[in-house]
Write a new protein. Structure first.
Length: 552
């Protein structure tokens, strides 16, 4: 009899589980596609692909509620038709009746855990590739509807029209062949600062956007010519024949968020956090502060006559050098103050192709160092006042200038690039060992540590969340079955309502626990405990209902 009964229960349970899951998955997948569909961003074929790729990703969300529905319907009907009472009268315990439910629950737990850690991330990856493959058409549609495009860091572009083309060649400064070219016309680009204040407006009649695939990312490069730039602060206009705009990575929510990564990638990310974009950005920030502090140390050591010879050689380009000498130097927070005396001023010799071209002499000078993400090495700026300029190419003709600014000179040896090649662990070890006296380096080190710690918290939270949500299914199946037996006089809607409410609370608590685990101000143990608290509540309710039923 148990075999016949188990087959009977399993057949109805699996049938309803498949039907309810299919309906819920399709409804949610189409609901997610409504917004891009109404905005004209998805065509018919793209909509079908979008829904198909989204089915496995929504399955992990809807499966607990499908389990609640299937268990409630099956056992409400069995309880109403007195089939449960007949099984009890024949000597079968409630535990024996619920064995097929527990087996289905265990299979769902294992299957869902495998899906969430391996299969679903693969579908996220395929969905990402599909979106990036269709990125050109999405950009063109974006422009046609009059909406702005975010390009790079703090830049927003408006355009009147756009066309998608197949590029023959890319810009000369890129080494990767582009797969698409988007030609935009009537272009206006606004540059905003971190306070979201508009700083510059750049306009041009035509621009090209080249799209590349490199190292798993989609990159875009904007190619402009003959642009007009308006500085909002000064009101000054400038014409630039060919502005240099660095390529920028197109943001990828699936690649940059741990929740979309597979188990092997999560483990790899935990051991090598440098591959996580926020950590990489913070480590580069630390490297820039370390490079600035190290360069200040080098400059001070060479210019301080009690330690060095009071002279440094700086590089402008391959053929141009600046030789700086000063009688005294004072270390400031972000630079140096150079001062001369009656016998010797601050002196800068400019040499081109090894020949002395100009000599700048001043009673004092301010030397500042700027480390920018756009530059491969720290850039030095020298500001001199009351300058005497000697032109060696014009019979030592001397001229007096109120001020002279020398920009974009650098240390002859690389400083920043060796630091960027290090892992965050190695970089932090150097920061703690050699840069203890630098407040900015220690602050950047703390920011990097917090970023790595948050990443590892997120990874732990996602791993436990996937395990907890997978385990929810067995408790929901048992809960729906036991509630249907316990409330056999109630309507199926009432029973499903209580099962649904308890399931929703459990899922909500589990997902909120991941946020607590990721929060640096809370305990990881507390967050992981909250993640599993929802299942513990369901387990307690199941045990309580079973205990009440077993007493009757």
């Amino acid at each position: 009899m148990p075999r016949t009964l188990y087959t009977y229960i399993l057949k109805d349970l699996i049938r309803l589980l498949v039907l309810s899951s299919t309906v819920l998955v399709l409804v949610i997948s189409f609901a997610a596609a409504i917004e891009p569909l109404t905005k004209g961003q998805l065509g018919p074929w793209l909509l079908i692909k979008y829904v198909l790729y989204g089915i496995p990703t929504t399955l992990t969300v809807v499966l607990p509620f499908s389990c609640a529905y299937a268990a409630t319907i099956v056992f409400t009907r069995m309880a109403t038709d007195n089939e449960i009472m007949a099984c009890s009268a024949s000597g079968l315990s409630y535990r024996s009746i619920l064995i097929p439910v527990a087996v289905v629950g265990l299979l769902l737990c294992g299957s869902l855990y495998y899906l969430s850690n391996w299969v679903v991330p693969w579908f996220y990856h395929r969905l990402e590739l599909m979106l990036h493959r269709d990125l050109p058409s999405l950009i063109v549609e974006h422009v046609k509807t009059g909406r702005p495009l975010a390009i790079g860091d703090g830049n927003v572009m408006y355009a009147d029209s756009a066309d998608e083309l197949v590029p023959s060649t890319g810009p000369v400064d890129t080494g990767v062949a582009p797969y698409r070219l988007i030609m935009v016309r009537g272009v206006a680009i606004g540059k905003f600062d971190r306070q979201h204040i508009l700083r510059d407006i750049t306009t041009t009649s035509e621009a090209d956007i080249y799209l590349y695939r490199h190292e798993g990312h989609t990159w875009a490069q904007l190619h402009l010519q003959n642009v007009m730039t308006l500085n909002q602060l000064t009101g000054n206009y400038a014409t630039i024949k060919k502005p240099q705009i660095r390529p920028f990575a197109v943001p990828s929510p699936f690649k940059d968020d741990p929740r979309f990564l597979s188990w092997p990638n999560l483990v790899r990310l935990a051991t090598e956090p440098r591959h996580y974009e926020p950590v990489q950005r913070k480590s580069h920030q630390l490297a820039r502060h370390m490079a600035q502090h190290r360069l200040l140390g080098f400059m001070t050591t060479h210019l301080d006559r009690s330690i060095g010879n009071g002279t440094v050689i700086l590089q402008a380009d391959e053929h141009e050098q600046y030789i700086l000498s000063t009688p005294s130097v004072e270390l400031l927070k972000t630079g140096l103050y150079l001062s001369g005396n009656n016998d010797q001023p601050v002196r800068v010799e400019r040499r081109s192709h090894g020949l002395l071209a100009l000599v700048y002499e001043s009673p004092s000078a301010d030397l500042s160092i700027k480390v920018s993400p756009e530059q491969p090495e720290p850039m030095i700026k020298l500001e001199m006042a009351a300058v005497t300029v000697t032109d060696r190419s014009s019979q030592n003709r001397k001229t007096q200038k109120k001020a002279q600014v020398i920009r974009n000179i650098r240390w002859p040896q690389p400083i920043l690039q060796p630091l960027l090649a290090q892992s965050p662990r190695e970089m932090r070890a150097q920061a703690r060992m050699y840069f203890r006296d630098s407040v900015t380096v220690q602050q950047a080190d703390k920011i990097l540590y917090d970023s790595i710690d948050k990443l590892r918290r997120k990874i732990k939270g996602h791993i436990h969340e996937r395990a907890a949500l997978s385990g929810t299914n067995i408790f929901v199946l048992l809960l729906g079955s036991l509630l249907s037996i316990y409330l056999r006089g109630s309507t199926p809607l009432t029973i499903y309502f209580w099962t649904f409410v308890l399931t929703a609370i459990s899922v909500f608590v589990t997902r909120s626990g991941e946020n607590v685990a990721s929060d640096a101000n809370s305990s990881v143990v507390l967050g992981l405990s909250i993640i599993h608290l929802g299942n513990l509540v369901l387990c307690a309710v199941v045990i309580g209902i079973y205990w009440k039923l077993s007493r009757n």
